[in-house]
Every structure is written in C-alpha cells, then in structure tokens.
Design a protein around this ligand. Structure first.
Ligand code: FDP
Length: 328
C-alpha cells in the first residue's frame, strides 16, 4: 500500500491481487506445515506437462492459486507450470487487466523429505483488449512484468516481492495469520559468498561452465573461492543467496541443451527480483528480462544472483559463444 501511494494513478487492483496471492500462500503454507500429518504427501499418480510426476501438494497448490485469483475480476488469464494451456477466466466472470504466471510448488522433489519449497509468481498487464485473456497475454518479456515474487515455505514462511520499487520481504506470523514486514528494501551483496549448482552435471557441461564452477570452488584471479550450497529447490537456493550473497547457476548441459528451468514461471520473476535488489540474471550471455518468450513452457539456462559473480560467469560464457554453456 505504501508503494501504491507512490503511483497516484493506481486503482488498488494490483495490491488486491497481491493480497489474493497472500491468501493462497497462507492456505498452501498451512498444508505444507501439516503435510506429514495429513494424507497429502506422495505422488498424485499423474504426470504434468513437463513429463514430471505430480505430487499431491503440487496439484493442491496449483488449484489453490488459481481459485484465489480467478473470480476476483483482477486477472484475465493465468498460466501455471503444471498446466499445458493457459486458463482464461470463465466467460461468465469479469476479466481484469492482469495476467498471472506461476509455479505453484517449486522444488517439488523436496516435498517428501521436509526441505524448503516455494511458490513463484509473475504478473503482467494484459495486451489483448478485453474478454478472457489469451496466450499472447502470457508471452511477454520479463522486462514488462509489473510485479514478481515468491513465497518460500522454509523454517518460516516468507513472501518476497517487487513491483519495481525495490524488494521487500514479509514473514508469516502464524499466530495472527498475517505477513509482517520483516525484510524492507532487500539489497543483495555485489559479490556472493556462496555458489549454488548441481555439480553432478559436471561431465555434461561445456569447458566454460566447468571453468566458472572451478573458479568459484578454487578462486581465479579476482574471483575468491566460495562456499557451496545447493538444496535443489530454486526458491530456497535463490532466497539464501539473495540475503547472504551468492550466485545460482543452472546452465545448459548435454542432457538439457536449452537449460532446465522455465523462463516464464521461474527465471523471469526471480530475475526481476534479483535486478531490483541490485543483483543480475542472464542466460549466460544476455539478461533474462530481455528474452522474448516463444512458448509458454520455454526453458532457459540461468545464472542468477550477486552482480559481480553473474558478470564473471556471463563474461566467460559469452567468450565461449553460447548461452550458459549451450549452443548458439
Ligand atoms: P524440482 O525439479 O524439484 O521441481 O524447477 C525445478 C527444480 O526443482 C528447481 O526448483 C531446482 O532448482 C531444480 O529443479 C533442481 O534440479 P536438479 O535436480 O537437476 O538439480
């Protein structure tokens, strides 16, 4: 609301959409906290559009976010990492001016082992004139996002978001059921103390990627050796690095030549947060936020976090002639 006051033209719809997402986050958080007690752990038995086994909590989180926003007249379409096609608001409902893209439960292989997971969201203004939203509303470059954020269900539940006026973090106080401002105006260190990468992919990487990971491990020139931290849950790895300083890499490799992570649901929203906090995000060559998506579930290599560390990786990989280790 404070941010909203800086924009006299604002109608309050975006703030209300963020409130809708907070409600969804509280419901998902409650389920995550009780996951071992209720019958919700484990595989759902279905496979999502990415060919991955869906977990019960994935399905629950996907529907919870959609239900929280679809009937409020604030969005015209939603698109989720879990669904093949966008979900326009039903024709008998009011279609709003915003577009919501989201990853309902990121890091889902961590669900059954009680490690941190998260929800990521990205909000655009619609580009089509009216009625239920369409695919083209969803396929916008990250630079056009009006807001982006995530909720990490960790040792506490934390919401981090930006509307382009800095990055702010709120912690859920379960005793009153509200998110309270705990991390105003987050700035990420220019040089990180951590690097986060799945090093088991070493043999699938290009020499350039092997060089940068070697530099983070052992130091190289001005690059100081760093400590490794990798949970395998992008939101949790990103959040730690945002606060403490660090660089996250998921480069292209021989198994995933386009990278593994999704541009619209993961890379673009976290890139907006990284840039707003003074960090950077590239695909190893160009800023993530400048990528024009061609498909809803497009993947991208990702280098994300502290500004100088991302610049080092991008320098090495650009010289090698690919995007984060992939072929041009
Ligand atoms: P997950 O497959 O568990 O959903 O987005 C997918 C993601 O997790 C990211 O959260 C995480 O950073 C990455 O994949 C982990 O991939 P690896 O297991 O290949 O390291």
């Amino acid at each position: 609301m404070e941010q909203e006051r800086l924009h006299p033209e604002a109608t309050g719809e975006l703030s209300n959409l963020l409130y809708d997402l907070c409600l969804a986050a509280k419901i998902i958080s409650r389920h995550v906290r009780r996951a071992g007690l209720t019958d919700i752990l484990g595989a759902h038995g279905s496979v999502n559009v990415q060919g991955e086994q869906q977990q019960n909590l994935d399905v629950f989180a996907n529907e919870t976010v959609r239900d929280a926003v679809q009937h409020t007249g604030r969005v015209c379409v939603t698109a989720s990492e879990e669904d093949e096609e966008p979900s326009p608001v039903p024709a008998n409902r009011l279609a709003g001016k915003y577009v919501l893209l989201y990853d309902p439960l990121d890091g889902s292989t961590n669900i059954d082992v009680n490690a941190s997971i998260g929800t990521i969201f990205s909000i655009h203004r619609r580009v089509t004139p009216g009625g239920p939203g369409r695919l083209e509303d969803c396929l916008q470059a990250g630079r056009r996002q009006v807001a982006a954020g995530y909720i990490v269900y960790g040792s506490s539940t934390v919401l981090v978001y930006t509307t382009g006026g800095g990055v702010h973090g709120f912690t859920l106080d379960p005793t009153i059921g509200e998110f309270l401002l705990s991390h105003p105006d987050i700035r990420t260190p220019a040089v990180g103390k951590y690097y986060s990468v799945n090093e088991s992919n070493w043999n699938k990487w290009t020499p350039g990627v092997q060089r940068v990971v070697g530099a983070f491990k052992n130091g190289e020139g001005p690059v100081q050796a760093k400590n490794a931290r990798y949970i395998g849950s992008l939101v949790a790895d990103f959040h730690r690095n945002l606060i403490a300083g660090g660089v996250f890499l998921y480069p292209a490799d021989t198994k995933s030549p386009q990278g593994k992570l999704r541009l619209l649901y993961e890379a673009a929203p976290l890139a907006m947060i990284a840039e707003q906090a003074g960090g950077a995000a590239t695909d190893g060559r160009a800023p993530i936020l400048d990528q024009q998506p061609k498909g809803l579930h497009q993947r991208t290599p990702l280098v994300l976090g502290s500004r100088d560390d991302v610049a080092f990786v991008t320098g090495v990989l650009s010289a090698e002639g690919g995007s984060a280790g992939g072929a041009r």
